[in-house]
Design a protein around this ligand. Structure first.
Ligand code: 5GP
Length: 201
């Protein structure tokens, strides 16, 4: 059996990753969306175990020491991390895994798993990004300014990603991501079983 593909999705905070990815999931329920661990407080409507595993700093640091994370990063004052065990299990079962993580984490994943495919989601403009962050109404002005400053720094990292997806309309961004997933699944190295099958004829 072919191993699953690890797909890393990053994008500026407010670029619409959540909305776009939830629609990708509706269209591709066979994909596994990794649930990260975080030390940040849940936002209204977020559920523990669904949106994130919400844990304390102490519990997070214990997990770091036990080597339980494929990657982790500190972002706007909080830890975020991906469980190594869960990801490995899914990939071994041939299931494609989506990680929605920020750029430091994405760089670590590329280092540890160079076969991972990475996508960066951008809004059509910086003005639009600022507008979206404000209209979300979930963060303080200070947090929004921090997120915008982080986004300005992150622009330089985009060159390290395999694909750039523009979130002009959600539908268009979802379409681009679905197309990338299909193209990636057709790569020769991911179709070894077919080649082996032909040779065995
Ligand atoms: P938010 O607080 O808005 O949910 O997420 C903040 C940032 O953390 C987003 O860019 C999101 O992609 C990123 N993030 C979420 N989970 C993880 C993770 O497991 N690892 C890393 N490195 N970043 C994550």
């Amino acid at each position: 059996m072919n191993k699953g593909t690890l797909v890393v999705v990053s994008g500026f905070s407010g670029a619409g990753k959540g909305t776009v990815l939830s629609q990708v999931f509706q269209r591709r329920p066979d994909l596994y969306f990794s649930v990260s661990f975080t030390t940040r407080a849940p936002r209204t409507g977020e559920q523990d175990g669904v949106d994130y595993h919400f844990i304390t700093r102490e519990a997070f640091e214990e997990r770091i020491h036990r080597g339980e994370f494929l990657e982790y990063a500190e972002y706007v004052g909080n830890y975020y991390g991906t469980s190594l065990k869960v990801i490995q299990e899914k990939l071994d079962q041939g299931i494609d895994v989506i990680l929605e993580i920020e750029i430091q984490g994405a760089a670590k994943v590329r280092e540890k798993m160079p076969e991972a495919v990475s996508l960066f989601l951008v809004p059509p403009s910086f003005e639009e990004l600022s507008r979206r962050l404000h209209s979300r109404g979930t963060d303080s002005e200070e947090t929004i300014q921090q997120r915008l400053a982080t986004a300005r720094r992150e622009v330089k990292e985009i060159v390290n990603y395999d694909y750039i997806v523009v979130n002009d309309t959600v539908e268009q961004a979802v379409g681009e991501i679905l197309a990338i997933l299909v193209a990636e699944s057709c790569r020769r190295e991911r179709r070894r079983d077919l080649i082996e099958g032909v040779n065995g004829l």
